[in-house]
Design a protein around this ligand. Structure first.
Ligand code: TXA
Ligand code: MG
Length: 340
């Protein structure tokens, strides 16, 4: 089998999607856009292809992958028990940024679930992803970045990080949501939030009519919920807005090249030698630009990135979670505590 690498980035059209599906059916690995982040796709039933995804990412084998489906009508093929709540959530939020963890069907390979008896399932809300899955079958798709790094939200990000390692990159433009899907475990009586995302626990509770537990088990081991994760290579620290100017001035005075990232507000006056970048003060808009901005700052040659700690509101949960994990990568770097 010869799989050919794609030279430049071209928008995904029906012909390229068909070619990508053919590569996937033959065991290839194709990066594709979703509404959250770009995924590193492989046939979820092909164990060799799934192993290649782990190898390309440099991801430990016990970290399970999400299986991406073309519609809620595929649920029963991948989950052996589908509670009413799962169907209600699927009809409310799919296609969309919600992943459901359910008991797996026996056909789901151990390579996908990390040997667990559960499987994570979602239907992405992106026309390119849906066309690709409809043509190729269910796809595993971790974020298309190396293990522990910032997730990609454009095809260019994937090209820069994994370009030589994948068989094809489908370019579907910048991702609309910008942070990974909400993960909800439905394995126990109490639905449990495993990763915050654009679908909030409040929205899930409104559909289910009962409370959702925020974190803590849900009947599964949650490798992706490890403390350190989503990190740029430049050390990153979170500080309350009020502390940022002094902290930045102190580091700059000590000769460090300081990059500051605020949420909506410009630091005034800016300490000498400090570069300031501003993300939107609104949570969804901030999430959309977060990873691209971290990549840009990472390339700016600073010694440290000081980020304004997000406000307390639950609409900031997803952004706060990613930034907190990114910062922890520099305070407690240990092999088993970094993530996908
Ligand atoms: O938005 C997303 O979900 C993106 C796009 C590409 O769809 N994908 C993504 O995949 O974020 P990844 O591999 O980077 O993160 C998958 C997360 C991990 O935290 C993993 O531990 C969790 O899903 N996961 C997968 N299967 C699981 C299971 N059976 N039980 C608990 N957690 C699971
Ligand atoms: Mg990831």
């Amino acid at each position: 089998m010869t799989l050919h690498a794609q030279a430049g980035l071209l928008p995904a059209d029906p012909e390229r999607i068909a070619r990508a599906a053919e590569l996937l059916r033959r065991g290839g690995v194709v990066a594709f856009p979703t509404e959250t982040v770009y995924g590193l796709g492989a046939d979820a039933r092909n164990v060799d292809a799934v192993r290649r995804v782990f190898a390309i990412k440099g991801r430990p084998a016990h970290h399970p992958l999400i299986v991406h489906l073309a519609g809620a009508d595929w649920l029963d093929g991948w989950a052996r028990a589908v509670p009413d709540g799962a169907r209600e959530l699927a009809s409310a939020f799919w296609p969309g940024p919600l992943t459901l963890v359910l008991p797996r069907q026996s056909r789901v390979p151990d390579a996908v679930t990390g040997g667990q008896d559960s499987v994570a399932l979602r239907v992405p809300d992106h026309p390119v992803a849906l066309a690709l899955i409809a043509a190729a079958g269910a796809l595993v798709a971790p974020s298309a970045n190396r293990f522990g790094h910032v997730s990609p939200t454009t095809a260019e990000h994937v090209q820069a990080e994994l370009g030589g390692a994948v068989d094809m990159i489908l370019d579907g433009g910048p991702c609309r949501v910008g942070v990974e899907s909400t993960i909800l475990s439905l394995l126990t009586d109490t639905p449990t939030l495993l990763r915050p995302g654009a679908v909030t626990p409040q929205a899930i509770e409104a559909v289910l009519g009962r409370p959702v537990a925020r974190g803590g088990g849900g009947g599964v081991r949650v490798p992706g919920a490890l403390p350190a994760h989503y990190a740029p290579s430049t050390p990153l620290a979170l500080h309350p807005a009020a502390d940022l100017p002094d902290r930045a001035a102190m580091l700059a005075a000590a000769g460090r090249r300081v990059l500051v990232l605020t949420l909506g507000e410009w630091i005034d006056p800016m300490p000498a030698g400090v570069q300031c970048h501003v993300l939107p003060a609104e949570a969804d808009a901030c999430a959309r630009l977060l990873y691209a901005t971290l990549r840009r700052l990472d390339a700016a040659g600073g010694d440290v990135i000081l980020v304004q700690a997000p406000p307390a509101g639950s609409d900031w949960d997803a952004v706060r979670d990613r930034l907190t994990r990114a910062a922890r990568a520099f305070t407690q770097p240990s092999d088993d505590e970094t993530g996908t």
